[in-house]
Design a protein around this ligand. Structure first.
Ligand code: GLU
Length: 492
């Protein structure tokens, strides 16, 4: 794009038939960034004409997820009340039925669409015949030239009909200058006469989408590449209604590492799953932005504001983007570790509570623990494994410790160690104090290496391998350590 676009109005138009997929979230993000960059408006439109599959619950999750990601919209259902906000309401397609009926009537009256009374069976028979003759299998309706009044008479008698858009006379190539993919040529015979209204009067996606994009004054349609086949039908509808076509940009697919469309088989794909797993919204958004777009200076760790300032479609790549879970985790760790310790503790607390951990309610201890643990935390839920050894209620001696507990030296080491801990003049231990006690035990017991460390580890965390003791011990108190030592000694 040579000059900056003005009057930018873009939309994210999810169908509330499931969860918000990360691919959808990325489309929402690119629209959001484009709107912010060019001081335009970002609209949320709900495409819920598929009544059988659309649910209020799905709508609620999608709205919550978009809010969680920080992708606030200017027009659409209010994130709090779900009531419409903005001048082009309603923003839910299920509430725009009259509008679609009116526009369909205009096409019918202009002879650009017609009522088609073919039954499914007739269509199937025709299809088979066309196939056998090696011809294209588009519907060739005998009702194409039926007048509107003739059609109305049949409808009054109770006959069922869909409304089809006439395409057979449109013999040309439709050229789309896609903002991401460049020139895309669609020969008109790629599609046959397609349905605008079903026989129950319900409009189909392609029709609603054009009517809404036009009426909501959408300037740029940025959406997933999988909609490219719909675009030809939509271009035809724009032409039929005599409306100016918005600019289109089709964003490449998000792929798994085996280059298949990203699916649940390889792990989470729903935004709320990433939230549950302990990802930060700012990290997920950062990762999604890099999925197909590069920063002009190749910066990788970006805030939403930085992305808004530097976003442009000419840096969005047309090829498929691989969803790299390792990189996402790494980015999450970068965002997480950059937060103040108090903020980190606030964010991990729900995870610790959910895991039923009982930990000191002392903010100094909490800050110290975050300082010590954060180099080992990539996602918030990592905190559960890190903090678990600190909860006395979770302390238990694992079966893998039996071998060491059976050895004579274990009892000797633990007895001496317990005495030294007990003689320690303070309630807590610094790393240096802990190491000094270990040296003292080494001298007194005559044990070293594994024979010294395994018993102490078992006493402290219940198993010979696992978390780094020099990190854990400064977070434990004498009382808890002595209790654990007694439990381990009783098993010797
Ligand atoms: N409702 C469509 C979907 O969820 C959006 C299509 C569009 O953006 O035009 O895939």
């Amino acid at each position: 794009m040579s000059s900056a676009p003005s009057n930018v109005r873009v939309r994210f138009a999810p169908s509330p038939t499931g969860y918000l997929h990360v691919g959808g979230a990325r489309s929402a993000l690119f629209n959001y960034l484009f709107a912010k960059k060019y001081k335009g408006k970002f609209i949320l439109r709900i495409e819920d004409t598929d009544q059988a599959r659309s649910t209020g619950e799905s709508l609620q999750t999608m709205i919550q997820d978009l809010k969680w990601l920080g992708l606030n919209w200017d027009e659409g259902p209010s994130p709090e009340t779900f009531k419409d906000m903005g001048p082009y309401a309603p923003y839910k397609q299920s509430e725009r039925q009259d509008i679609y009926q009116q526009r369909a009537l205009e096409l019918l009256q202009a002879g650009k669409a017609y009522y088609c009374f073919m039954t499914d069976e007739e269509i199937e028979i025709q299809r088979e015949k066309l196939k056998a003759a090696g011809a294209q299998t588009h519907v060739e309706s005998p009702y194409e030239n039926l007048t509107l009044s003739e059609a109305k008479q049949r409808l009054q008698k109770g006959d069922k009909a869909v409304v089809r858009f006439k395409t057979r006379h449109l013999k040309k190539d439709y050229i789309l200058n896609d903002l991401i993919r460049g020139e895309v040529k669609f020969p008109s015979d790629m599609v046959g006469d397609f349905v605008l209204l079903r026989s129950d009067g319900m409009p189909v996606y392609n029709f609603c989408c054009v009517v809404d994009d036009y009426m909501m004054k959408i300037s740029h349609v940025l959406r997933a590449e999988e909609h490219l086949p719909n675009t030809l039908r939509q271009l035809m509808i724009y032409e039929g209604l005599g409306w100016a076509v918005p600019q289109f940009g089709h964003i490449s697919l998000v792929l798994d590492d085996d280059r298949q469309k990203l699916s649940k088989r390889k792990g989470a794909v729903a935004c709320d799953q990433f939230k549950t797993d302990g990802y930060l919204p700012e990290a997920l958004i950062n990762y999604l932005a890099l999925l197909g777009w590069t920063h002009p200076e190749q910066k990788e760790i970006l805030t939403l504001d930085e992305m808004c300032a530097s976003f442009s479609l000419d840096r969005v790549h047309p090829s498929g983007a691989i969803f790299d879970r390792v990189k996402l985790k790494w980015l999450n760790a970068q965002h997480l570790r950059a937060l103040p310790n108090a903020e980190i503790y606030k964010k991990i607390q729900p995870f610790l509570n959910n895991a039923g951990l009982k930990l000191p309610d002392d903010s100094n201890w909490q800050m110290q623990s975050v300082e010590l643990f954060k180099p080992y935390m990539e996602i918030l839920s990592d905190a559960v494994n890190l903090y678990s050894p600190l909860d006395d209620n979770k302390y238990e001696i694992a079966a893998e410790s039996d071998e060491v507990l059976k050895q004579d030296f274990t009892k000797t080491v633990l007895t001496v160690w317990k005495e030294a801990v007990s003689a320690h003049p303070k309630e807590s231990f610094s790393e240096a104090e802990f190491l000094a006690i270990q040296d003292e035990v080494k001298n007194k017991s005559g044990q070293k290496g594994k024979n010294l460390f395994f018993p102490i580890r078992i006493a402290l965390i219940g198993k010979p391998h696992g978390a780094e003791l020099k990190i854990l011990v400064p977070l434990m108190n004498k009382n808890s350590i002595l209790k654990r030592a007694s439990i381990a000694l009783a098993k010797c």
